[in-house]
Design a protein around this ligand. Structure first.
Ligand SMILES: [Zn+2]
Length: 349
């Protein structure tokens, strides 16, 4: 076994904020490849690559202060390194932004979830020849690692769960963003898997995005979700009992447990679609509700959501609910989404 793999992998990752030379290692059960800091692959030694039925990518720390998913992934990684956990399918773990883990912040210079699908190399509409900051370079590298991983398993169904916790409370504690699938059907089986993780609230996106989950969905055809598992808290302050279902479901998937889409019943879910995207156009942009108003809180038609340049931005429909409000975004970026319930029964598989 390589000496470096004997260090706790999350500790090793935090010791190397932006780069770690690749190395390979193994234990009795797995071939283990470290491709960079925070990027580790496990492949059962008995697996023939072309026979792999499933290939999983579990990412966390795209936002460095979202500790619960980092802890979940770290624990699974440690069990795999120790040989205490037997899995069937290959898996790539990524801790997205180690430098931001170390400072306990969402990001260092730029929100990485605004940088995927090539946005790492765009500035004011122009392609840049050099990366403008390290997070941009890191986002580009993570795309490449995912590409290389899926290329190894040409016959496998691809799945990517990008694990997060949210800045504010949520009326539905756990929820997932289903990236835009360009008219392809939504998958009952994925809804059932996420329900096993404790997620029954879904936000269906209706246009391309710069997120990691849209990248893996659109570029690699993966079953992809941004999964919000609860609220942001520092290391050591997460109530582990709230994450047991998520962790055990991730392990079950790796072990080959299958979830039956036939069990899908829309009554078990709250499925929403974006009604409006409200962008910040001016520094005067202010939210009109308190910081402790939860994601998915509903408003009545005509209620004020925000003001900008002295003009009120109000809800148009009864039941419009707010998601991801953040007045501190850059000019031109999304400051708020409003969502409404939607019926997806006509386009389900
Ligand atoms: Zn996040």
């Amino acid at each position: 076994m390589h000496d470096l793999i004997k260090t706790d992998f999350l500790t090793l990752t935090r010791q190397h904020e932006w780069h770690l030379d690749a190395f390979i290692s193994s234990n009795e059960i797995y071939n283990i490849s470290v491709w960079d800091t925070g990027v580790i692959k496990f492949e059962p030694k008995t697996l023939k690559k072309e026979q792999a039925e499933q290939a999983f990518v579990f990412s966390s720390a795209i936002h460095g202060n979202e500790t619960a998913p980092i802890e979940i992934c770290s624990e699974i990684i440690n069990s795999l390194i120790a040989g205490d956990l037997i899995i069937k399918h290959p898996v790539l773990f990524m801790f997205g932004n180690p430098a931001s883990i170390n400072i306990g912040e969402r990001f260092v210079e730029e929100n990485m979830n605004r940088l995927f699908s090539g946005y790492h190399s765009l500035h004011e509409g122009q392609v840049t020849k050099v990366f403008l900051n390290k997070e941009r370079e890191r986002a580009s590298k993570l795309e490449n690692y995912m590409t290389n991983f899926y290329a190894e398993y040409t016959n496998a169904e691809r799945t990517h769960y990008d694990l997060h916790t949210a800045i504010r409370d949520s009326a539905h504690e756990k929820f997932a963003v289903y990236p835009y699938v360009h008219g392809k059907p939504w998958k009952k089986q994925q809804f059932e898997i996420l329900k096993a993780m404790g997620v029954t609230t879904f936000l269906l996106m209706e246009k391309p995005a710069t997120t990691f989950s849209y990248y893996s969905s659109n570029t690699h055809g993966a079953n992809s979700f941004t999964v919000e598992l609860g609220k942001v808290r520092p290391f050591g302050e997460n109530d582990q009992s709230k994450f047991v279902a998520a962790k055990s479901t991730l392990i079950n998937l790796l072990q080959g447990h299958t979830y039956a889409g036939d069990n899908f019943n829309s009554a078990n879910y709250q499925i929403m679609t974006v009604y409006r995207e409200i962008n910040k156009h001016d520094q005067s942009f202010q939210l009109s509700f308190a910081d402790n108003v939860a994601n998915f809180t509903q408003f009545k038609a005509g209620e004020e959501l925000a003001t900008e340049n002295g003009v009120a931005i109000v809800t148009e429909k009864d039941g419009e609910a707010i998601v991801f409000p953040n007045a501190n975004v850059a000019i031109g970026q999304r400051a708020l989404l409003t969502v409404l319930p939607t019926d997806i029964s006509a386009n389900l598989v």
